[in-house]
Write a protein that binds this ligand. Structure first.
Ligand SMILES: Cc1ncc(COP(=O)(O)OP(=O)(O)O)c(N)n1
Ligand SMILES: Cc1ncsc1CCOP(=O)(O)O
Ligand SMILES: [Mg+2]
Length: 236
């Protein structure tokens, strides 16, 4: 349980090769690690299993190089097979993030073990009922959103009527209050959202494009962290 107890989801970067405008994923991961991000997720809807394993290897090596392997949590999106194969090859990967239509949390827990981190996305249109009724014993955090519609994941927040439901800051505060596990918010999050998000009481924010598409990913990552810690209005 050591890993699970010290989980820090305050500054969480999600990335895959389709998000970086052709730039090397490893360079942007290096930037966010140097900036002080606390959580990394390898997520790709286009990469093969072997490409995902290589990206995970590279991320783990970057964490090791900066002496951050025990402080920064490294997760893989969706792919239990990738996590298992990576571990088999000696790569230090801490766990998985799954959504409602992915491999069930119980199965992930069975294969990954008690010390692994498992994040779950809560279904947006049923969020509040869901957190009240779900057995959260096997879950380490909820990923929720979107705060704004996002091209990175256009189906995020899609309601039964086909319209995207975004979450207000007051919804998010309520979620932070009611959720039995820490909540991380993402989906269209940019620097200017961070101060208000920090005031909601959630455990953190997650971003893809705010960093992966920035002209200077490292500078953007630093600003995001400073804004989260300082709780001050943003200056672009
Ligand atoms: C931290 C975090 N929160 C939510 C998600 C979304 O997961 P999911 O709903 O399974 O959608 P995909 O990312 O698989 O498209 C996430 N990946 N990370
Ligand atoms: C992976 C994911 N899950 C919910 S929204 C999202 C993508 C968020 O990307 P961006 O920060 O670019 O809006
Ligand atoms: Mg998923």
């Amino acid at each position: 349980m050591r890993n699970r107890k010290k989980l820090d989801i305050s500054a969480y970067f999600v990335v895959g090769p389709e998000n970086t405008k052709g730039r090397p994923v490893g360079q942007i991961i290096t930037d966010v690690v140097e900036a002080g991000f606390t959580c990394l997720q390898i997520r790709s809807k286009t990469a093969s299993a072997s490409e995902m394993i290589e990206l995970t290897r590279e991320a783990a090596a970057i964490l090791a190089k900066f002496g951050r392997s025990d402080q920064v949590t490294l997760l893989v999106d969706d792919r239990l097979d990738v996590v298992l194969a990576a571990r088999k090859q000696g790569i230090k990967v801490d766990g998985i993030h799954v959504g409602q239509s992915d491999i069930p949390v119980e199965v992930c827990r069975e294969y990954l073990g008690e010390d692994s981190i498992i994040g779950l996305s809560a279904r947006t249109h049923e969020l509040f009922d869901y957190i009240k009724t779900t057995d959260v014993g096997q879950i380490d955090y909820f990923g929720a959103g979107p705060l704004h519609e996002t091209q990175t994941k256009p189906d995020c927040g899609l309601g039964p009527d086909g319209k995207v439901i975004t979450r207000s800051f007051s919804d998010i505060s309520k979620l932070a209050r009611l959720s039995p596990v820490p909540v991380v918010i993402g989906g269209g999050v940019t620097l200017c959202d961070i101060p208000e998000l920090a005031r909601t009481g959630v455990g953190g924010f997650f971003v893809v494009s705010a960093i992966s598409e920035a002209d200077d990913p490292k500078a953007e990552a630093v600003k995001l962290i400073e804004a989260w810690k300082a709780n001050k209005p943003c200056k672009e």
